[in-house]
Design a binder for this molecule. Structure first.
Ligand code: SF4
Length: 352
């Protein structure tokens, strides 16, 4: 199952590139395994595996992100995040379609209410990029239509529960939605008196930095809510000058920038790489927030780093960075009321 698109995408491989509107860049994303291999300079030996993975979860790579990938290098850490592989078609014990059991925490379509004081709205069923390790790669977005009517029902839910202080827009990627729709939605959230914060979970400012345009900055600047944007960056090479600029623009309207990464085999499972990531994030005005261990989603087992290795890496990282640049090493445990520190979870498992 693949995310439902709330936008229409054109065939891959056109000439769209940074400098065009973000919408054109979005519609010009590569969506074909063969086109991806050609664009990154890999030969057709990779094709059967790429097509197999693509059947399970379709390829999607915007050209702005592609431009940061070293050509002809199958081990490039950015390419590994987006290149489908045959491993994805293997069933592995313990790897399932809904690793976080989100289906148990959806009081209504389009809304996930798992933690106290905050709710997550599925604002869009599409992403600008399809990350191979995504824990929502099997999420039934078609059951969570991001229509204005659906948003109306979730807004009623938020109005009726005055224990809520934070609304989180997620997806998919909420910034795939148009600024007209987002401005309307944020205006409605703004009018709910008990809400204090607006949070966006997005990878768009990283993969298509031109998404941070004047129209977006306008609705962000106009809300009374405190604004937090949680980006998703796994490797320092993802942060080029265009991403730096996008971050600067977000900060100019009062946005606090945080980052969550996923610890991924072959991408960032190395203390030097993780240290460089934290340093580069801070240069961009982003605080490292979480380093997640992989959620056991079907098709992504080849990215897993065992807990013992993750904890050793995190310890080494802590010896090399100031505390404010050290992300918390966590996992999501279905049923827990907050993110669970991996060390605590390990001790819990050992005592069970
Ligand atoms: S951007 Fe986020 S939600 Fe979208 S595919 Fe990547 S990890 Fe998943």
């Amino acid at each position: 199952m693949q995310p439902v698109q709330t936008i229409s995408f054109s065939p891959a491989g056109d000439d769209s590139a940074p400098g065009q509107s973000w919408q054109s860049q979005l519609s010009g994303a590569i969506r074909d395994p063969k086109a991806l291999l050609a664009a990154v300079g890999l030969d057709e030996r990779w094709l059967p595996g790429a097509e197999g993975g693509h059947q399970a979860f379709e390829v999607r790579v915007p050209l702005a992100y592609l431009s940061r990938i070293k050509k002809g290098d199958p081990g490039d850490p950015l390419l590994r995040q987006v290149l489908p592989l045959e491993h994805e078609t293997h069933a592995v014990a313990g790897y399932v379609t809904d690793p976080l059991e989100e289906a148990d925490h959806t009081p209504m379509a389009g809304l996930i209410h798992k933690y106290a004081t905050r709710v997550l709205m599925i604002t869009s069923g599409a992403c600008a990029i399809n990350c191979r390790y995504c824990f929502r790669r099997h999420f039934p977005y078609e059951d969570h239509a991001a229509s204005r009517a659906q948003w109306g029902k979730t807004l009623d839910y938020l109005r009726d529960d005055d224990s809520l202080i934070e609304a989180i827009l997620s997806g998919g990627d909420p910034l795939v939605s148009s600024d007209t729709r987002l401005a309307w939605l944020v205006g409605e959230l703004d009018a709910i008196p008990h809400l204090k914060r607006l949070r966006l979970h997005t990878r768009l400012p990283v993969v298509i930095p031109d998404r941070v345009d004047d129209a977006m900055l306008e609705w962000l600047a106009n809300t009374r809510l405190q604004k937090v944007v949680v980006l998703h960056i796994n490797h320092a090479n993802e942060i080029d000058d265009s991403v730096m600029k996008a971050c600067e623009r977000l900060r100019s309207v009062g946005v606090t920038l945080l980052n969550q990464s996923v610890l991924l085999r072959g991408v960032n499972d190395d203390v030097t790489v993780l240290r460089a990531l934290s340093e580069r994030l801070f240069e961009a005005g982003i605080l490292p927030y979480y380093l997640h261990v992989l959620d056991p989603v079907a098709g992504a087992a080849h990215f897993n780093v065992p807990d013992s290795e993750a904890m050793a890496l995190h310890d080494s990282l802590g010896e090399q960075l100031p505390g404010f640049l050290l992300p918390r090493l966590v996992r999501e445990v279905p049923g827990d009321r907050a993110k669970t520190p991996v060390r605590a979870d390990s001790l819990r498992q050992a005592s069970d």
